[in-house]
Design a binder for this molecule. Structure first.
Ligand code: PDD
Length: 283
């Protein structure tokens, strides 16, 4: 079981986890009316922090939550200090809800947003050694998966369904194509060409996804931001997942299609994992 973080930041206060409480009328609780981010601190720096903070801002704007982001930097600093994680490898979770108001669907006026954050000590492996077996599942989520909202019941249901059967992830299928996974993006490789779903409203445009696309460009690997049909998975040569904590995870099997046996990932995945490691080491 994962542990609670040492400290929680809640609206300007640093608290022990058992003391950190929100109102039952917080719209994050009532409606899932809230936005979040997850960012890794690696070698003393937030890994692509700028991009994560920009995405937080974008998601908040998409749902019209007004939030003064100038308080973030100093608040994160205080939180990390109180958590004994200044300069340490950790994962920072940030959540901003629309705030507290009597229950009504439309947005309340003049309500202060709730800011909650915590950091947990974690050193990500140099290279993710997972060889993931995953299964496809209908994408029953809403049509704005580009917004990083905490309304994640569709993702949670899919993830629970597959992990209970011993699989690592669920690959969502919408209109016959693979969109993404329950908490990662997914890529395919065929004849050294890399495919991933375009960054539209059907997926979250992962920061790790964007880093991988940059790496592909640096390595002169051809990329096509095109969705892969579920029924053409068996024509693919490699597949991998990307995400902040997953980094780059090789996929060994999707449903009945086995990409490789044992522990030997495909060549392209290995190349990308090495390049990703170099970026982490540099920062
Ligand atoms: N999940 N797609 C979904 C649905 C996700 O939830 C995530 C991240 C990603 C990858 O995004 P990024 O590379 O920016 O982490 C793609 C986070 C880590 C989470 O919910 O904990």
């Amino acid at each position: 079981m994962t542990e609670y973080p040492k400290k929680v930041y809640l609206n300007g206060k640093i608290l022990n986890h058992s003391e950190a409480k929100i109102s039952v009328f917080d719209r994050g609780f009532l409606f899932g009316d809230s936005i979040y981010e997850v960012v890794a601190q690696i070698n003393g720096k937030f890994f692509y922090g700028q991009k994560h903070f920009q995405r937080l801002d974008k998601s908040l704007k998409k749902v019209d939550i007004t939030f003064d982001k100038s308080i973030l930097e100093s608040s994160i600093h205080k939180l990390l200090e109180a958590s004994d994680l200044t300069g340490q490898d950790c994962i920072l979770y940030i959540q901003v809800t629309r705030g507290i108001a009597p229950r009504a669907h439309s947005y309340p006026q003049n309500v202060a947003p709730t800011l909650m954050m915590y950091a947990s000590r974690k050193t990500l492996p140099d290279i993710n050694q997972t060889h993931a077996s995953v299964i496809t599942i209908p994408d029953q989520r809403w049509l704005r998966c580009d917004i990083k909202t905490t309304s994640l019941i569709g993702n949670v249901m899919a993830n629970d369904h597959v992990t209970k059967q011993g699989y690592y992830e669920a690959l969502f299928v919408r209109n016959g194509v693979i969109t993404e996974a329950s908490h990662c993006n997914v890529f395919f490789v065929k004849n050294n060409v890399i495919y991933t779903h375009p960054a539209n409203e059907f997926i979250l445009n992962g920061i790790t996804r964007q880093i991988v696309l940059e790496i592909c460009s640096d390595l002169h690997l051809e990329v096509r931001e095109e969705a892969i049909q579920q029924n053409s998975i068996n024509q693919m040569h490699e597949a991998f997942l990307t995400g902040t904590t997953v980094q780059i995870a090789s996929v060994r099997q999707i449903d009945d299609h086995i990409f490789y046996d044992g522990e030997e990932s495909g060549e392209v995945v290995k190349k990308l994992q090495q390049a990703f490691l170099k970026i982490k080491d540099k920062q």
